[in-house]
Design a binder for this molecule. Structure first.
Ligand code: SF4
Length: 67
């Protein structure tokens, strides 16, 4: 579900259109935090796509959750 890119960022393999995968990832993640309303993009609220720790990249997003 994740890969580490050349900058050491943890990048979601599903890209920007894998709503089910992003929801599944957030479901398993204890660090999920819902972003502000303007940044909500997925219908399923508990989704990495709606998490304040995701940073959009050209093709997907990276997870910037604090360790
Ligand atoms: S983006 Fe949010 S919900 Fe998804 S893995 Fe990172 S911290 Fe967890």
């Amino acid at each position: 579900m994740w890969k580490v890119n050349e900058r050491g960022e943890k990048v979601f393999r599903g890209g920007k259109e894998d709503g089910a995968g992003a929801a599944q990832a957030a479901d398993k993640c204890p660090n999920f935090k819902l972003d502000v309303e303007d940044e909500i993009v997925a219908d399923e609220l508990r989704s990495c796509y709606n998490c304040r720790y995701r940073r959009w990249t050209a093709e997907s997003f990276a997870c910037y959750k604090p360790e």
